[in-house]
Design a binder for this molecule. Structure first.
Ligand code: NAP
Length: 265
């Protein structure tokens, strides 16, 4: 028996595999994978020394917790050959964007289901993983939360907020990359090389996020501490307000959330 089975070992499937092996305390021998792409499986088995299932039914039959990490369009095909093996003793964790729990349940039946929305920093164990459970069992919830913590911070959300977390943290890294790039370009305009400015911009964002997290202060309190009367920062902040900085961010998250709702239909 394997603790974990992963169906679909593409970008997200590999991020999950790596997080579990490096940071969850599980061993390679606890994990079995399945993918249509046999070349990919061969490389991953060599790299991580995990087992590979010859078919998806074998994986589901022998796994306690099953991650589904295929594209939403491939969901039904990916589990169809294994439908006989899903039962109330199996726990299924879906990372498929926009596939609601009721739809997963209508295909695989009585297993416990967790719908998740990870973001790309999960690749280095620093993601945000939004989760919705379709069951109340607290000990199981704790077990799954601990497991997913190997990918980053786990935040439980009601399922109706899954599109919102997609717009906020799912798309969030793209907003932050854009902000860092803009800071670096500004650095070039005021005399730095792009590489030099990028290094300064990246560390500024990283350090600021860490300071915020570690002090747990309101961002406005920390901002006020670096904003002295008639100093440089208030002049910069005024320009951001004039250009509609906050308005742009709020609109971006709202638009992305609405788009996620459209795509889920
Ligand atoms: N990437 C992200 O940042 C991210 C973030 C949040 C959520 N997600 C979700 O994660 C899921 C996977 O995304 P991804 O970017 O990792 O996609 P991906 O790289 O295309 O990986 C999907 C894998 O599933 C395999 N596959 C396709 N049909 C299959 C089947 N019937 N049985 C078994 N395996 C099958 C694919 O093989 P082939 O290559 O041969 O097609 C591929 O290796 C998606 O549902 C997406 O919504 C991704």
């Amino acid at each position: 028996m394997f603790k974990i089975g992963i169906i679909g070992i593409g970008n997200m499937g590999q991020a999950i595999l790596e997080g579990l092996i490096k940071r969850s305390g599980l061993n390679s021998s606890d994990i079995i994978i399945y993918d249509l792409n046999k070349e990919k499986i061969k490389d991953i088995v060599e790299k991580y020394e995990v087992a590979a299932a010859s078919d998806v039914g074998y994986l589901v039959n022998l796994s306690e917790i099953i991650f589904i990490a295929v594209k939403p369009k491939d969901f039904e095909d990916s589990v169809k050959p294994a439908l006989n093996y899903f039962n109330e003793n199996k726990t299924v964790i879906s990372v498929m964007a926009g596939v609601p729990i009721y739809k997963i349940k209508s295909v695989i039946g009585s297993s416990k289901i967790i719908r998740t929305m990870p973001n790309t920093p999960a690749l280095i164990g620093e993601g945000v993983i939004g989760v919705s459970f379709d069951f109340e069992e607290e000990s199981k919830k704790r077990e799954i939360t601990k497991l997913l913590s190997s990918l980053g911070e786990v935040i439980e959300v009601k399922e109706e907020l899954m599109d919102s977390i997609t717009g906020l943290s799912g798309s969030g890294p793209a907003y932050v990359f854009t902000f860092i790039d803009a800071l670096a370009m500004a650095g070039v305009k005021i005399g730095f090389s792009y590489q030099g400015a990028l290094k300064i911009a990246t560390q500024t964002v990283l350090g600021t996020a860490k300071l915020l997290k570690e002090t747990a202060e309101h961002p406005a309190v920390l901002r006020d501490k670096v904003t002295s009367p008639a100093g440089t920062t208030i002049y910069g902040l005024h320009k951001l307000e004039e250009k509609g900085f906050k308005d742009a961010i709020i609109s971006a998250v709202e638009e992305a959330t609405n788009r996620s709702k459209q795509l889920s239909k």
